[in-house]
Design a protein around this ligand. Structure first.
Ligand code: PFF
Length: 438
């Protein structure tokens, strides 16, 4: 699939697989558990699920709709759908900024997964004790050479996929590999659930303690929903432009969101019982998954194979997401700034890698990129996207696009109310409250 030849996905599974490839990634397996852990567990999960349903799905639907209607990447889409409202082009610009910043820290974490794949292959993870694993992660992530090398390797892989157009191949393998990752997470979940002391982890994850809910916790839940679904910056709109008219967009949005959420929750089930069983601090932050899961592999029959497969597949999941992020920047450089596509890819890859170096060298820059993109840029994009479909495109055109497959449009009334009022107001309030302005 390339941006300049407007081909389309073959059939429903192709669309869902590609959008799910972008959505399912480190956000589900690395970010979700650590953010849940930092924000108090069960109550956060509940707020998160509510945001996925009430805001995530409608915004994802809006992006698909915008892309398919305009048959263009996100900048071109707003330009052609609303030439009189240049303000919406901001979504495209913010999207490029967000893609830049997300990739800068995403590639660092993906680099960690490459290191862990390497360690797993060499069978170096399974004989570390729980405290050794924690110390190892801290020392490794604070060191410079290893993380820089792996981050660069990951960015080169991402750049090579975008430039070489081998995405078709990736998509083909993803359809096989991602279900395998899913099975591994389920098996890990079962193992983790049967550990001694697992109950405490389940209680943490599923028993809401509403006293833990603050303005910032709600904002983090909203940000995680946007980040995990890849919405708010035009990635899904770009994919929407490749979807054939006969496909049902609502079904696509619901399936992708459900698959994404299921994987995140399963990752939580695999991790939290183990966190408590092995005495790890649930608020450990970005290292949580890396410090926890090797303990589970250690206690499993076939732990070696599982550890290698898990980290390898996590790298693949990260790649199918990073490719979608790089694509946004490359599309902008090539289609809006007129660069040749291959040159645009090189420039984007190199400059993002340089940004990524900052995230390796400074954990506050890492945290700044992580927090700002998920909790500020993506929700702001979400407000504009909702307003655009709710107020500018309007019900008639939205309905027309949604019913392009000839079927009847379900829930359009509710969706329009959400897009016109609920989503923009709720996101706005959560946002102002979370950053302490309200
Ligand atoms: N959704 C991806 C994940 O969960 O890993 C990350 C991501 C990809 C965020 C693309 C935003 C985006 F546009």
């Amino acid at each position: 699939m390339s941006i300049d030849t407007r081909d389309s996905f073959t059939g429903k599974f192709g669309v869902i697989a590609a959008a799910a490839g972008s959505a399912v990634g480190l956000g589900n397996i690395w970010r979700f558990p650590y953010v849940v852990g930092e924000n108090g567990g069960g109550a956060f999960l509940l707020v998160y699920l509510l945001f996925i349903l009430a805001i995530g799905i409608p915004v994802m639907l809006s992006e698909l709709l915008i892309g398919r209607r305009a048959q263009k990447n996100v900048f071109g889409a707003f330009k052609s759908l609303a030439p009189n409202y240049p303000v919406f082009m901001v979504v495209g610009i913010m999207g490029v900024g967000a893609a830049f910043m997300i990739l800068a820290f995403y590639s660092v974490v993906a680099g960690w997964t490459l290191e862990y794949t390497y360690l797993a292959v060499g069978n170096n993870l399974l004989d570390m004790s729980s405290s050794e694993l924690s110390t190892f992660f801290k020392e490794f992530s604070e060191s410079k050479t290893g993380p820089v090398i792996w981050m660069v390797v990951f960015m080169l892989l991402t750049g090579a996929i975008v430039i070489g157009g081998v995405k078709k191949g990736i998509e083909r393998y993803t359809k096989i590999l991602m279900p395998v990752l899913f099975v591994i997470i389920v098996v890990l979940g079962i193992k983790s659930a049967t550990l001694e002391g697992a109950g405490e982890g389940f209680a943490f994850l599923f028993k809401p303690d509403f006293s833990k809910v603050t303005g910032n916790v709600i904002l983090e839940a909203l940000g995680q929903a946007f980040f995990s679904l890849s919405i708010g910056m035009g990635v899904i709109a770009t994919y929407g432009s490749y979807i054939q008219k006969k496909e049902n967009l609502l079904e696509t949005a619901v399936s992708v969101s459900m698959a994404d959420t299921l994987i995140a929750v399963l990752a939580g089930v695999a991790i939290f019982p183990a966190v408590f069983a092995f005495g790890i601090d649930p608020t450990a932050g970005p290292g949580l998954v890396f410090e926890t899961l090797p303990n589970v592999f250690k206690h499993m029959a076939g732990g070696y194979i599982f550890s290698v497969a898990f980290f390898f597949l996590l790298v693949i999941a990260a790649l199918t997401s990073s490719v979608s992020l790089l694509e946004v920047v490359v599309a902008y450089f090539s289609e809006e700034l007129g660069m040749k596509r291959s040159w645009a890819t090189i420039v984007a890859t190199v400059s993002i890698t340089l940004f990524g170096l900052m995230a390796v060298f400074s954990s506050s820059i890492f945290n700044f990129f992580d927090y700002t993109t998920a909790n500020i840029l993506l929700p702001l994009g979400g407000i504009l996207i909702s307003i655009f479909v709710g107020w500018i495109l309007g019900k008639l055109k939205a309905k027309e696009e949604l019913s392009a497959h000839g079927g009847k449009v379900r829930m359009i009334g509710v969706i329009m109310i959400i897009l016109k009022f609920i989503a923009p107001i709720a996101i706005g309030l959560v946002f102002l409250n979370g950053i302490g302005i309200l």
